[in-house]
Design a protein around this ligand. Sequence first.
Ligand SMILES: Nc1ncnc2c1ncn2[C@@H]1O[C@H](COP(=O)(O)OP(=O)(O)OP(=O)(O)O)[C@@H](O)[C@H]1O
Length: 775
Amino acid sequence: MSTASGASSRGGVDVDVEAGDVSTYDSMGKAGAAALAASPSTTSSGAGSSKGLRILMKDLTYTVPSNTKKGEVAYLLRDVSAFLEPGQMTALMGPSGSGKTTLLDLLAGRKTVGKTSGHLSFGGVTPTKQFLRRYTGYVEQFDTLLGDLTVREMLLYTAELKRPTSEPLTEKKEAVDVLLKRLALTPCADVRIGDPLTKGISGGQAKRTNIGIALISNPRVLFLDEPTSGLDSYTANEVMKVVRGLTSDGTTIAATIHSPTAATFALFDRVMLLVRGQVVYFGPQGLPALEFAASEWGPAAAGTASELLALHRAASAAAPAIEAAAAATAGGAAAAAGDEDGAKKKKKPSASSIAALAFNDAEVLVEAVTEADHRGEATGLATAYAQSRLAQDNARQIELYMAEGAAGRGGLGGSKPSGACRVAAALGVSKCNSSKGASTKAAPEAAASVADVEQGAAAATATAGGEQQLVRQRTSSPFAAVSSATTSSLSVSEQVAKELATRSETVTPWFWGLWTLLKYRSSKNYCNPGWLGPRIADKLLISLIILTLYLGVGDNFAADNLINIQSSLFMWALLPAFGAASYVPAIVLERRLFVRERADGLYRVFTYLAAKLVEELVLSVIITLIFSSYVFYGVQLRGDWVVFWLVYFIDLSVGIVLAYLVAALSPNMDVANAALPGFVVTLLFFAGQLMTVDSIPPWWQWYSRIDPLRYAWGALMVNQFEHNDVIFAGDQTILQYYGLAGADKWAYIGYLSLFWIVFATLALLALTYVRHQKR
Ligand SMILES: Nc1ncnc2c1ncn2[C@@H]1O[C@H](COP(=O)(O)OP(=O)(O)OP(=O)(O)O)[C@@H](O)[C@H]1O
């Protein structure tokens, strides 16, 4: 691919993942988890300890007003009970529309509509929205990146906003380098991300950049929505290997995933299968899942599952033979060609990878439940699961964890578990608690099963090498096995407790956020003709028209010239209001990015708005100084140039915040494009120029008073005529005629500034509270 190869030559790294340089990429992958876990830069992140948190769900139900049956509610999730363990990766699977993304959004606190009931806790505590923003990572299905930044800049920008300000920039850069390497993004690190019109990095690289954004703050919990969508199977597997590597430091990971390859699926510890918002299986992935399907689901689905189980066994049995044959063939061919290195390298395929080619249990599980769903058996499967031993074991486990949480040990156990408990936890039977009193009280049935635990512990000790498959067969439930990673994550530190109680939305203070937004985003905008053009071109054009049309008429107070002077001033006041349209896209077209970055806890709404305003106002000061100079002196207007410039500048600033307000209120560009000019036209009628203020009917007088154009044009008129208030109509001077006699131009400038404050405040409120993206 052009971007990748271009990057290779620039970066000096001979790897092109998209082109499939397996060996180099593999070596990165191996270094990966250890590198990030050990990296001082990452461990010094705001997350403090890198341990994850257990997520507990009990009878989690989520409803929204139905859009198919008016007045009714739709159950998008129904009685979902499960636990996501630290150091484990759980796959959320099921047919399309089964509720996977809904569940992920709910866990990540990203639902903006609907009602939720049931229990949800992180580390035994109900998480605050602020905690979810700051300490969890979420990789959205669709990429939301800043097209003007390079991949490296995008990650550094996020690092500057999501890692503590106390961390030096060099350490943040190191963390970015580690991530770039782990995600095999080094070759394209300095390639511009691009947008649909100007192609930059590839889709796979964009997906990995998104994953990097979620990882840069070393989150305790990582949610991924379809992380492999749009990736080829090789890259998908490599990306998921990197994600899997994070479990080594205890990160809790949940990912929705469609049709993973067998190799990718094997990276997961557990699977939650959902159908129509209901759990039909929650347990280990692989053989146990198939065994469960074959024995527990209704006859039709079980039939399919049984066939698949047989296939799985056949594939597993054939794997060593296939591997031997493959190795012999590949090695032989390479040796025959005199390529000894090649002969060695080609002996790489493992039994599991060859077997994976023959059988993909993820696909067949989803296929089985999809077929069952099409036959209308979704509820039957959910009931079968609910009545199964597995579901009861899971329920007991949840009770136990909840009891731990209630006893104040944060849901991960407060003290070190005994050896037997650790083994039991590793086996997933886990009916053991570091505080038996608490667990017995809350979950008597769990305490009653200690014998099972002891049995499991003894079995595990006997295996001494962690041969869990064998051990599982000897424990009470073959389906509740969990990885041993769980055992190391059994305490909630003070740091975690502090994080869970956090009330602050962002890691960095607002002024840091403001500086970072200006540093990375505004600096790029100032060099972007596509951004500068619409902001300068219209003002340049109209100011040149005013200059050339009214050249030298400003000091001619002859009766027949007064109308020219006052109309040139009116156009000067009007220009920024119409030009405001150029500022709408900055808000509307960036909405998805803004929503994502807000949800990620990168900045507050105030910071975002402040950065936008500073960016616009700095440019506005420069261009208004230039344009107002040649117009004022070219037209030879009277009064103070400073007032002429100041009115133009404040007027333009009012136009900008008005545009932001309209953009924040409008669901899309079409609405904004219609609303803004429509509103501006209404201002024309009441500014006092087309119809004098005195002539405006009493029932419209109020509108005249809240018309910013009236004050902008009024200040310009007073500035021009206060010392030359000549007769204009009858015996009335021009200022008397327009109701401006005795008006104070500085007071008018003050009123104009008030509009800026009001519109800016309303824009802030609209950006904060008006949600167009409902999910
Ligand atoms: N207001 C509503 N009324 C009725 N059904 C709704 C409403 N909102 C969402 N749904 C349904 O909720 C389901 C959950 O969607 P969700 O995106 O969570 O599914 P998914 O499993 O992630 O699907 P996919 O794999 O296709 O992304 C969908 O079937 C959708 O049609």
